[in-house]
Design a protein around this ligand. Structure first.
Ligand SMILES: NC(=O)c1ccc[n+]([C@@H]2O[C@H](COP(=O)([O-])OP(=O)(O)OC[C@H]3O[C@@H](n4cnc5c(N)ncnc54)[C@H](OP(=O)(O)O)[C@@H]3O)[C@@H](O)[C@H]2O)c1
Ligand SMILES: [Zn+2]
Length: 374
């Protein structure tokens, strides 16, 4: 095995370690680290479990102890070099006498941004960056999108008939997909910081938007996009503890509606209006980052997804297809409005994955990844 494929294997292990904390680290990234001794043995492993807790590099170096000297540190993201909630990892790496550092990409945080690697090089370590950068960018797409673009990373999700409808003309959509699909839908909620719908879906389905799973991970926020505060204060959203409820509205909403929803437990966030006076979605996605969240599962309905596709803010899709046809011009499409005119500019998915749940099939993929920070 040559050095770079051995390095790639080690980094793959870092990414797996990091992913063990999926849904728990936000607004921090998921980071996994491995220390390999000069003799080529793995002597330390670590991953960042949640915001405020020790960084992966420190955990792996502590486990390695003196065996780290002269060895290699593998980590999916550049080690930090600033005093945050914990002291800088670069100090620990240098103190441990690590000879080589292999990482997937730079940390775009302005306090790090290549400076961590520079300090390590100045201390005499050999630093190699860029292997598996795409895989690492997919893992931390939320963190990287917030740091590079100042907005949430958005996954559009829908349950569809084979002809691409998400509700009948009578607005019926429960249930298009079968029960086997629903567990995965709840896992998706648990993996995202925000679960979002339009007010049309709240009025039609009165969803709770919680992740109903055995394990403890939950979305941090349940968000409704609602320009004039039509969300009823008795909606089932408010009957659940799990994750706060945020309603993103515009300044046309009435004070009385606002007070009633606040009394029910909602936090109200005011976004700029778009050209039609509705919530401007790019502005909403920027403002929501202020609440310490980075990934959003946008579950519909058709109106919200259509605006989000039109605004180009959907980064990834997870589409559940049931073996059923709905038909009808009045039935709700995944992406209505004008859509794409030229086939050449139709967004195409990358990093495709296919899954099967009973008779349903799920196709998921990325429309865009944050830039690889090499
Ligand atoms: N199959 C599925 O996966 C699935 C998932 C969810 C929902 N559904 C179905 O979809 C239907 C609801 O879809 P829908 O299209 O009527 O409602 P929706 O997409 O849930 O909500 C649309 C509403 O959101 C508000 N809004 C605020 N800002 C917006 C913006 N920038 N762009 C778009 N909307 C904005 C608008 O009301 P204001 O102007 O009052 O703010 C708009 O009418 C229901 O039948 C539901 O069962 C199906
Ligand atoms: Zn660190």
């Amino acid at each position: 095995m040559n050095e770079s494929s051995a390095d790639a294997d080690r980094l793959r292990e870092c990414l797996e370690l990091a992913a063990a904390a999926r849904g728990h680290t936000s607004p921090n990234p998921m980071v996994g680290a491995l220390v390999v001794s000069a003799a080529g043995e793995v002597v330390g492993r670590g991953y960042h479990r949640r915001c405020g807790e020790q960084h992966a590099e420190r955990l792996a170096l502590t486990e390695a102890g003196p065996a780290a000297a002269g060895g290699t540190l593998y980590v999916n993201m550049e080690p930090c070099c600033h005093h945050g909630r914990t002291p800088p990892c670069t100090d620990a790496v240098i103190a441990a006498g690590v000879k080589r550092v292999v990482a997937c990409h730079v940390d775009p945080d302005s306090r790090v941004s290549g400076h961590g690697f520079e300090l390590l090089r100045e201390a005499g370590a050999e630093v190699s960056v860029g292997l598996l950068a795409d895989d690492a960018a997919a893992l931390n797409a939320g963190y990287l999108t917030v740091k590079s673009a100042g907005r949430l990373f958005v996954t559009g999700k829908a349950a569809l008939s084979l002809d691409g409808r998400l509700a009948t003309r009578l607005r019926q959509s429960q249930w298009i997909t079968g029960p086997e699909s629903r567990h995965y839908a709840h896992e998706l909620r648990a993996e995202h910081d925000v679960v979002m719908v339009g007010v049309g879906t709240v009025l039609a389905d009165d969803p709770r938007l919680t992740a109903r799973l055995e394990e403890a991970a939950h979305p941090r926020l349940r968000v409704v996009i609602d320009s004039s505060l039509r969300t009823p204060a008795h909606a089932r959203l408010f009957s659940e503890q799990d994750g706060g409820v945020v309603i993103v509205t515009t300044d046309v909403a009435s004070g009385a509606a606002r007070s009633a929803l606040e009394a029910a437990g909602a936090r109200i966030l005011v976004a700029e209006p778009d050209s039609l006076g509705r919530v401007d979605l790019p502005d909403a996605m920027r403002k929501l980052t202020g609440l310490g969240v980075s990934t959003c599962l946008m579950e519909g309905g058709s109106g919200l997804l259509t605006s989000a596709f039109d605004a180009g803010i959907i980064d990834r899709v997870v589409l559940f297809y049931a073996p059923m046809l709905i038909g009808g011009d009045e039935a709700l499409p995944l992406w209505g409005g004008e859509g794409t005119a030229e086939l050449g500019s139709a967004p195409r998915l990358r990093r495709l994955q296919y899954r099967e749940f009973g008779a349903d099939r799920v196709i998921e993929g990325y429309l865009r990844l944050p830039p690889p920070f090499e």
